[in-house]
Design a protein around this ligand. Sequence first.
Ligand SMILES: C[S@@+](CC[C@H](N)C(=O)[O-])C[C@H]1O[C@@H](n2cnc3c(N)ncnc32)[C@H](O)[C@@H]1O
Length: 235
Amino acid sequence: MKFQIRQREPELMDQPGLSEDEHCRALAGLRRINWWSRSDAIVWPAILELAGNRAGKPLQILDIASGGGDVALSIAARAERAGIPVEVDGCDISPFAVRYATQQAAQRGLKQVRFFECDVLSESLDKQYDVVMCSLFLHHLDEEPAQQLLEIMARSTRELILVNDLRRSRLGYSLAWSACRILTRSPVVHTDGPLSVAGAFTEAEVTALAEKAGLTGFQITSHWPQRWLLKWSRI
Ligand SMILES: C[S@@+](CC[C@H](N)C(=O)[O-])C[C@H]1O[C@@H](n2cnc3c(N)ncnc32)[C@H](O)[C@@H]1O
């Protein structure tokens, strides 16, 4: 496998024919991967910093393509422990993922989180948020829709955009291949994990994409394990 060129292939989790059983196993597997890779810890410091500069009103956060809701729920739980008022929304194109995430929120007693169905590329979001974020979603998209996603995020945020995704690299591919096999028996995750790395953007590519989307002054930082975070503040 060569990593110089992005090789995006459609992922099994995005296929409309995926059975609920397989989807459920895949989301449970993804939960373990999010736990292992500490996805929530990658975005949390920027949210905490923003919360520190504000007082009073709850911080409104949108997690786009929220899947099983892991990151949205962990952010809400972290905020609760830190005494920071938040309202967290998660949206996803898949009605099954939305139902699954809603159940997870109920099981964890996190009433400040809600999930709704939305194809973010073709339906408009009905409000603005302080923070608009996405995790492990950008690599699902070709360049043009990926640029469109960044433009939508910029329009929908009052303060902050956070994009957390995989780095395309040989090490990332090996880690994804082995971690997916160790952490879950879901065949969907076994296939999609390495595919995701092959289809991921490098830091240089996401820089070019963000510039095309009209973002200026953003930062891209590296994170465990073979992830990057794009952070852009309106002010
Ligand atoms: C790899 S999962 C990531 C889920 C979650 N963000 C996480 O980190 O665990 C990608 C998610 O993107 C969702 N998705 C794909 N295309 C979408 C679209 N156009 N609008 C909203 N969600 C989409 C899929 O249904 C899937 O749940």
